[in-house]
Design a protein around this ligand. Structure first.
Ligand code: D5M
Ligand code: ZN
Ligand code: FE
Length: 501
């Protein structure tokens, strides 16, 4: 179908306050009746997103299929393009000079963890207090930026016509028919519609609901605040790596999904053999961080029971415990929960309960999700990463295949899960524990079953891999996992590698 249909679809979506990204558009164009499908698609949202993605289309199709008991369209959805990061070969510098981890005393300090400190009951007062804490904490970070030192209350800035700066929480993001973006920005005094012109270079900045930003611009006579620039809190540019004295290494895993039919026992066996009898790198591993979804759990997604080989939650953790027991004694395991684990799903999640902890040896330490701890003075922020589901659906330029990009946004926004009310359940604690208040040296997430290492302003980024092959649920969602990769970071140099099994 030609341009005519593309324009009709765009007009149809625009009139309803939304747009489709290119892949969603291509999919719609390939259908027999794109407008009817688009209409059906819009019905699947309580409020349409700024930009509809292919994932949204696929999901809406599944919901419709389940409801109608038949396919929306006979045609198959083209598989999503996936990046397949190949592990770089391990550099020689990583192979030499590291001490044996067994000779280095453990040095772990937990710096921030909700475990045992949860106070929230989920009342309306809790929510108000939660958002006020978010606003104040991130505002303080923003005010340390010289361009925001003189930021005004929104009520005052609305009365002035000269250029001013404001700080507020984004309560809504929408796009006008003409492609301008309007952010509703609120502080404790008032709120204002801030307009980002369609031709502005800021148009591609991924701004999401409930993040706190600084805005420079000026009020016009029609009550709009015309945006000149946007300031994200971000982290300082000048951060160096702290270089621990001990040259030991930390390895990262997540999403082992023990109990699942698709758990990759053979790849795990290769990892275990290497960890126990391997090279100098294996011998230099002192810590293993498990960032959630360590077991598959029970009843986490529809018809999961058909995909389980261990259908008892305790038996799943017992199996994991046996696997960890076979690893070298000096490898200290730090374990946080994810959305498949047996603890409340609302974030911040406390550590697994005592009834599960007692199944493990003392070399396993249980912490909450997220958690900040230090290893030999190197600060690690570990977060399972559920909010990436919300980032990927809210921001067209982010994808499941590129988790490091979403992680960079978390650091820029100084918040692990800014979007409230999406797929990530957030508990309104007295303080917002998902704020990145202390700048980490290493930031790790899992959840998306990819693998990668990177860097953002001196912070080492790690997305840890899975030990589970594609499930039928992931197949439906076109999620192509990159399993059995082990990111490893040197605590002395900050150097990171990924080893494949
Ligand atoms: O998540 C495994 C993968 O599946 C990860 O990429 C997120 C994705 N995922 C999880 N839940 C959903 C829903 N509801 N829609 C789309 N994609 C999803 P895991 O946490 O292991 O199940
Ligand atoms: Zn997972
Ligand atoms: Fe997960």
């Amino acid at each position: 179908m030609g341009r005519g249909m593309r324009d009709r679809i765009l007009d149809f979506l625009c009139e309803r306050g939304t747009l489709a990204d290119e892949r969603a558009m291509q999919y719609l164009l390939g259908q027999d009746d794109p407008i009817a499908l688009a209409e059906q698609l819009l019905r699947s949202f309580s409020a349409p997103p700024l930009m509809i993605t292919l994932e949204d289309v696929v999901k809406a199709g599944e919901i419709a299929r389940a409801a109608a008991g038949r396919a929306v369209s006979g045609r198959a959805v083209a598989p999503l393009p996936q990046a397949r990061p190949e592990a770089p070969s391990i550099p020689a510098s990583f192979m030499r000079g590291a001490p044996r981890a067994a000779d280095v005393a453990e040095d772990i300090r937990v710096l921030k963890d909700i475990t045992g400190r949860s106070t929230c009951e989920g009342t309306l007062a809790d929510f108000t207090r939660y958002f006020r804490h978010r606003f104040h904490t991130i505002s303080r970070i923003l005010r340390s930026h010289p361009e925001l030192a003189g930021a005004l209350d929104i009520a005052r800035a609305k009365k002035l016509t000269r250029e001013t700066t404001i700080i507020g929480i984004v309560t809504e993001v929408r796009t006008t028919k003409n492609g301008h973006r309007i952010l509703e920005v609120e502080d404790e005094t008032d709120s204002v519609n801030a307009l980002i012109p369609a031709d502005s270079s800021l148009a591609s900045d991924p701004i999401v609901n409930d993040e706190v930003i600084g805005v420079a611009g000026r009020s016009n006579d029609r009550g709009l605040f015309i945006v000149k620039s946007i300031v994200h809190p971000d982290i300082p540019t000048s951060k160096g790596f702290p270089r621990s004295e001990a040259r030991v290494r930390v390895a990262f895993m997540s999403d082992i999904h023990v109990g699942s039919r698709t758990f990759l026992a053979d790849r795990w066996a290769k990892f275990k053999d290497w960890a126990c009898n391997g090279d100098e790198v294996a011998r230099s591993l002192r810590y293993l961080v498990l960032s959630g979804d360590v077991v598959d759990g029970i009843g986490v997604y529809p018809h999961q029971d058909a995909e389980l080989v261990i259908d008892d939650i305790y038996a799943q953790y017992e199996a994991l415990s046996s696997m960890l027991r076979e690893l070298p004694d000096h490898l200290k395991v730090i374990l946080l929960p994810g959305n498949h684990d047996a603890v409340r799903p609302a974030e911040p999640q406390p550590a697994l309960p005592a009834s599960i902890q007692k199944l493990f040896d003392s070399n396993v330490m249980f912490v909450g999700n997220p958690v900040t701890f230090s290893l030999h003075g190197v600060r690690v922020l570990a977060y399972h990463g559920r909010s990436m589901d919300d980032f990927v659906s809210a921001v067209p330029t982010l994808s499941y295949a590129r988790p490091l990009d979403a992680m960079r946004e978390m650091l820029r926004k100084r918040h692990l899960a800014p979007i409230y009310g999406g797929k990530t359940p957030v508990a309104p604690e007295a303080e917002d524990h998902l704020i990145v208040d202390q700048v980490p040296d290493i930031f790790v997430t899992g959840h998306v079953h990819a693998a990668g290492i990177g860097e953002h302003r001196g912070v080492v980024l790690v997305n840890s891999s899975t030990w589970q092959a594609q499930t039928s649920f992931q197949k439906m969602h076109n999620i192509e996992p990159v399993p059995a990769r082990l990111p490893i970071v040197d605590l002395h140099t900050g150097e990171a590698i990924v080893k494949s099994f």
